[in-house]
Design a protein around this ligand. Structure first.
Ligand code: HEC
Length: 419
């Protein structure tokens, strides 16, 4: 008989006990919330990065023009989407302001808010499975609190540095910034699961970017507009502070985007030295950004790009190089599929099955079912990536997989997962 339950199989699934009303914890609600929040985050993030790249490009390509008023820094002509455009840049402020002045801030705020929503849904609300490593004395609430604290502290320290005399020494500031971020990655990595540590460092940088807009760039612009409307010359310090933060945001973009996507590639955060991977990526990505900035200004620092490319290839090889080919002798001695099945049954199946028995997991994560040797065989590459090459799975090693079991699984997979 056709019923709501046959149309929507989720409704028929038994649910674990929970303090929250079950429609709130039902996977179809949480899955859709995750998906919609991520979609929204990507869309507004693209808007933010897009305007940031566009204005950066404008600044690099504006050229001096004939200007009897002597107030223009330059102009630029462009053609896009079948229309021609002319953009002029003022040296300081224009004499008068038009009625509509466009501001660019909601892209930044919405990206940050939706990013925090994702952190809340994926990490803070599931801190027990997503943030607390095996054997850690941290409670889920403490782990989530640490995540929140890292964002607050990150901003506080960064903002202090930007207001200190160090701003006059950009190289020193950049070096110190990298050191502090790497330190944060190391410290969080010691306390939280590597994946949570990675995303929180990315979120720290994202927070610095969004709060730069909220606390420095926009208030500065507002003060400049107010001065103009009173007929006064705006205080140039607002403009200077704004451009400094804007420049920092510009260098943050590529590393932040990399950290965000790397969250779906366990070989990055699952490396034995995740903080070193993160520092390497940050330097390379900021280097690429630097090259774009320099070449946009017509400075020929051609070496930066090849050095970044070679470093990236080197890092890729060290972090996740090609796997050795299957060795026939090892294959002959591979553990039996039944042995592997028994391990998987104990360590993976509690979460990775149709109706998980592990408390707090109410649907097979990522739809991945690992109950039989055949299913492990069919997912050999991702199982190897998450449970052999890196100890990401079992999540937080909550089912207590031993190194020996991991090695057995590895030998079987390396031998081609014979059934
Ligand atoms: C405590 C619950 C739990 C246990 C036990 C567990 N996993 Fe997972 N697994 C998860 C969660 C949650 C995710 C989804 C993580 C995410 O959102 O990316 C996941 C994701 C995965 C993925 C990624 C799937 C994909 O398509 O990206 C693989 C592979 C995986 N697990 C393998 C294993 C293996 C192998 C074991 C046993 C050695 C195991 N898991 C044990 C909870 C668990």
């Amino acid at each position: 008989m056709l019923s709501l339950r046959t149309l929507c199989p989720h409704l028929a699934r038994p649910r674990p006990e929970s303090a929250l009303p079950h429609w709130l914890t039902d996977p179809w609600i949480t899955d859709w919330l995750h998906l919609l929040a991520r979609w929204f985050h990507l869309v507004v993030g693209a808007g933010w990065i897009g305007t940031s790249f566009y204005f950066n490009w404008l600044n690099n390509n504006i050229r001096p023009v004939e200007d009897p008023s002597k107030r223009l820094a330059g102009a630029l002509f462009a053609v896009h989407g079948g229309a021609f455009y002319q953009v002029s840049k003022f040296k300081g402020a224009p004499e008068t302001l038009p009625k509509t002045l466009h501001w660019f801030k909601w892209e930044a705020y919405l990206t940050w808010i939706s990013g925090l929503t994702l952190l809340l849904l994926v990490y803070w609300m599931q801190a027990g499975v997503m943030m607390v490593p095996a054997g850690s004395p941290l409670s889920p609430a403490a782990a989530a609190g640490l995540g929140v604290l890292s964002l607050v502290l990150g901003w506080g320290v960064y903002d202090l540095l930007c207001r200190s005399p160090l701003v006059r020494q950009p190289r020193l500031l950049a070096g110190l910034g990298l050191l502090l971020l790497t330190g944060a990655a190391y410290g969080l990595g010691e306390l939280l699961t590597p994946r949570a540590a990675f995303i929180h460092v990315g979120a720290m940088m994202g927070t610095m970017m969004a709060l730069n807009v909220f606390f420095v760039i926009i208030p500065g612009q507002r003060a400049m507009v107010e001065a103009l409307s009173r007929g006064e010359e705006p205080d140039p310090r607002h403009g200077q502070a704004g451009s400094l933060r804007s420049l920092h945001n510009n260098y943050f973009t590529l590393p932040v985007l990399f950290i965000m996507v790397s969250n779906h590639f366990p070989f990055t955060y699952g490396h034995p030295l995740p903080w070193a991977v993160l520092a390497g990526i940050t330097v390379i990505a900021a280097g690429v950004r630097h090259w774009f900035n320099m070449s946009g200004r017509g400075e020929k620092n051609a070496w930066i790009l090849p050095v970044s490319t070679v470093s990236m290839a080197g890092l890729a090889f060290v972090v996740h190089g090609p796997r050795p080919p299957i060795d026939a002798a090892a294959a002959a001695q591979a553990p039996a599929a039944t042995v592997v099945e028994a391990i998987v049954h104990q360590r993976c199946t509690p979460c990775h099955t149709e109706v998980p028995t592990f408390a707090g997991i109410d649907a097979p994560p990522k739809g991945l079912i690992l109950r039989t040797a055949q299913q492990v065989h069919d997912n050999a590459a991702i199982v190897h990536a998450q449970a052999v090459a890196t100890p990401i799975m079992p999540l937080g090693n909550l089912t207590g997989m031993t190194d020996e079991e991991r090695a057995t699984l590895g030998r079987w997979l390396d031998a081609g997962a014979p059934l």
